[in-house]
Design a protein around this ligand. Structure first.
Ligand code: NAD
Ligand code: UDP
Length: 342
C-alpha cells in the first residue's frame, strides 16, 4: 500500500509524553513534515532536540496555547496542514476534581478552538487522544468500542474526553469531508528505548508509573498501592498497560487509515489502543523490581475513590481495520523506563 508521506501534520501537545513518541514514529514511517504546537505547560522544549537526536529530523516547534484563537489562526495561515493529531490537554484526574473549570476550558474549549481553526482552513482530518475512561464504571471487560460511553464517569477529566468525543461526532456529521479518528488509550507506560524521551510530568503525578519513577528517584518516600481486595487474581487493580511506542505506532496506523479515504468521504472511526490483556499493579511493581534489581518501598492502602478493579481493551477492531497490534510487553516497558531514569 502506498501512503502519502508528504502530508503535513500538526501535533498539538507534541512535546508531551505521547506526542513526542508519536513524532518519532511518524518520522520513522517517512512523515517528515511535522509541526508541533505546545504551550509547554507539562513538557519542555528540550524534547525537540531529543526527537531530532532519535529520528534525525527536528520538527518545527511553535510555542502556543490552544486557548489562543489568534495563535491558532496564524498557525493554520502559515501552514497548510493535511491532518492534525490532537494531544494537547490537561490529564491529571485528581486535579480535574479540584479545578473542573480549567479542565473543561482547556480540554473542551481548546478542542473547539482547534476544530474551528481547522474548519476555516479546510483541514478536516483529525486524530484525537481519548481514553478508556469514557467507558465509565459499568462497562464489561474486554471493553468494546460499541459499549456505551459517558455513563458513570467519575471525574471531570473523563467527562471532558466524553464531551469532546460527542463534539467530534457532531462535527463529522455537519459537513462532508470531516474524517475523525478517536483513539481510546488504555494505560500507556514505558518510553523510547533510547532513553532520551519519556514521561516527565511537571508537578505531582497520579498515574502509577510516574509515581514508581518518583519513588525510584527518591523524590517520593513510598508507593501507595490503592487496594489489594479487588476481585482480581492477586487483589490489586488490573489495567491494560500498553508500551508508549506501540501506542505511537497506533497513531501512524490511524493516519494511514485516514489517508486511504476519499477526500469527500466523511468518517468517524473509533479504536481502542491497548494490548488486549490485563496486568495487575503487583505484577507491574514486580516486573519493575526484577529489572531494577531492587525493591521499591511500598504500602497497601485503601482503594482510591472512583477506581474500578479490572480494565482492559478489546483490540480486534484496531487489528482488523488498522492492521495494528502491540509488539512490546511489560518487560520492554520496564527496561525502557530504567533507561530513561538513567
Ligand atoms: P502530556 O501532558 O505529556 O502531553 C500533553 C501536552 O499538551 C503537554 O506537552 C502540554 O504542555 C500540552 N498542553 C497542555 N495544555 C495545553 C494548551 N492549552 N495549549 C497547548 N498545549 C497544551 O500528556 P500525554 O500523556 O502525552 O497525553 C496526551 C493526550 O493523551 C492528552 O490529551 C491526554 O488526556 C490523553 N491521554 C493520556 C493518557 C495517559 O495515561 N498518558 C491516557 C489516555 C489519554
Ligand atoms: N495505582 C496505585 N498507586 C498509585 C497510582 C495508581 O496503586 O500511586 C493503581 C490504581 O489504583 C490502578 C492502577 O494503579 O489500579 C492504574 O492507575 P493509573 O492512575 O495509572 O491509571 P487509571 O486508574 O487511569 O487506569
Amino acid at each position: 500500500m502506498w501512503y502519502n508521506v508528504g502530508m503535513k501534520i500538526l501535533l498539538t501537545g507534541g512535546t508531551g509524553y505521547i506526542g513526542s513518541h508519536t513524532a518519532v514514529e511518524l518520522v520513522a514511517a517517512g512523515y517528515k513534515e511535522i509541526v508541533i504546537f505546545d504551550n509547554l505547560s507539562n513538557s519542555k522544549e528540550l524534547v525537540m532536540a531529543k526527537i531530532a537526536e532519535i529520528s534525525g529530523i527536528e520538527p518545527e516547534f511553535v510555542e502556543g496555547d490552544i486557548l489562543d484563537k489568534v495563535a491558532l489562526k496564524g498557525l493554520f495561515k502559515k501552514h497548510k496542514f493535511d491532518a492534525v493529531m490532537h494531544f494537547a490537554g490537561l490529564k491529571a484526574v485528581g486535579e480535574s476534581v479540584e479545578k473542573p473549570l480549567q479542565y473543561y476550558e482547556t480540554n473542551v474549549g481548546g478542542t473547539v478552538n482547534l476544530l474551528e481553526a481547522m474548519r476555516v482552513a479546510g483541514c478536516k482530518k483529525i486524530i484525537f487522544s481519548s481514553s478508556a475512561t469514557v467507558y465509565g464504571e459499568h462497562a464489561e471487560v474486554p471493553y468494546s468500542e460499541d459499549a456505551p460511553t459517558g455513563q458513570g464517569i467519575t471525574n471531570p477529566y473523563g467527562e471532558t474526553k466524553h464531551v469532546i468525543e460527542e463534539i467530534l461526532k457532531d462535527v463529522a456529521e455537519s459537513e462532508s469531508g470531516w474524517q475523525v479518528v478517536i483513539l481510546r488509550y488504555f494505560n500507556p507506560v514505558g518510553n523510547h528505548p533510547s532513553g532520551l524521551i519519556g514521561e516527565d510530568p511537571n508537578g505531582i503525578p497520579n498515574n502509577l508509573m510516574p509515581i514508581v519513577m518518583k519513588v525510584a528517584r527518591g523524590e517520593m518516600a513510598e508507593l501507595l498501592i490503592f487496594g489489594d481486595d479487588y476481585d482480581t487474581p492477586d487483589g490489586s487493580g488490573v489495567r491494560d498497560f500498553i508500551h508508549v511506542v506501540d501506542l505511537a505506532k497506533g497513531h501512524v496506523a490511524a493516519l494511514e487509515k485516514l489517508s486511504g479515504l476519499a477526500a469527500d468521504d466523511s468518517a468517524i472511526l473509533i479504536y481502542n489502543l491497548g494490548t488486549g490483556g490485563g496486568r495487575s499493579v503487583f505484577e507491574v511493581i514486580a516486573t519493575y523490581e526484577k529489572h531494577a534489581g531492587k525493591k521499591l518501598p511500598r504500602r497497601v492502602v485503601d482503594r482510591r475513590l472512583g477506581d474500578i478493579g479490572e480494565v482492559y481493551a478489546g483490540v480486534e477492531k484496531a487489528a482488523r481495520e488498522l492492521g495494528w497490534k502491540t509488539e512490546l510487553d511489560l518487560d520492554d516497558a520496564m527496561r525502557d523506563t530504567l533507561k530513561f531514569l538513567g
